[in-house]
Ligand binder design. Structure first.
Ligand SMILES: [Zn+2]
Length: 214
């Protein structure tokens, strides 16, 4: 069976399973969406935020890109899928939370640190995109030069989420909604290896693991 055939098989399971079992939900969703949460996550196939948060259809407005980055508004010179999704989520859907969903073992973060994207000829679109994490990468590199015991990848995963949250505030409609108390910005990091979810404390800037009672 090809990978595409596997997709069709999956569709049939969904169509005869959840879609039929939850008829009422899908009838309601057919009328429109009103999710309260926007998630900005990495495209990495291992970290699907709707799975990690056990979310139902209609619960989350999801944007995914390499390394869950939000460019600062000043860097956007033409059309931008990030800016468009953000604007739509905040001004039309009026989501109440935006969650930047980072993850451990992010290939984009590791490659940014390794300098794999520094050669624009090797992949000019990825190179240009990953420039958005450069301020955080440079800060982490400087910190690691002073303190070699720092786990650079972990530090950049965390710094990248903080940077994206800072950049969210460069969009006036986000900053205004936050100032009016209509929206809250959050940062989390998920690790596929142990299932741990870390949440960014907005006051301290530190991450803490969500306790799980097994
Ligand atoms: Zn990633």
């Amino acid at each position: 069976m090809s990978e595409f055939d596997a997709l069709i098989d999956g569709y049939l399971r969904f169509r005869l399973g959840d879609y039929r079992d939850e008829r009422e939900r899908y009838d309601r969703l057919a009328q429109g969406q009103s999710p309260k949460v926007m998630i900005i996550a990495c495209s990495d196939s291992r970290v699907d935020p709707t799975r990690v948060f056990d979310a139902a259809p209609g619960q989350m407005f999801v944007l995914r890109n390499i390394a869950n980055l939000v460019p600062p508004m000043a860097a956007i010179t033409g059309q931008s899928s990030v800016a468009a999704a953000l604007e739509y989520a905040v001004t039309s859907i009026r989501v109440e939370h935006i969650v930047v969903f980072g993850h451990a073992r992010c290939g984009g973060v590791a490659a940014a640190l390794a300098g794999d994207f520094d050669n624009p000829v090797a992949g000019r679109h990825v190179h240009a995109w990953m420039e958005f994490i450069a301020p955080a990468r440079d800060a982490v590199r400087a910190a690691c030069a002073m303190h070699p015991d720092i786990d650079a990848e972990r530090a950049l995963e965390q710094a990248g989420v903080r940077l994206s949250i800072d950049n969210l505030r460069s969009y006036p409609f986000v900053a205004q909604a936050e100032a009016a108390g209509e929206i809250m910005l959050h940062g989390v990091i998920f690790d596929i290896a142990d299932g741990a979810l870390k949440v960014l404390d907005r006051e301290t800037g530190q991450y803490s693991v969500v306790p799980v009672a097994f």
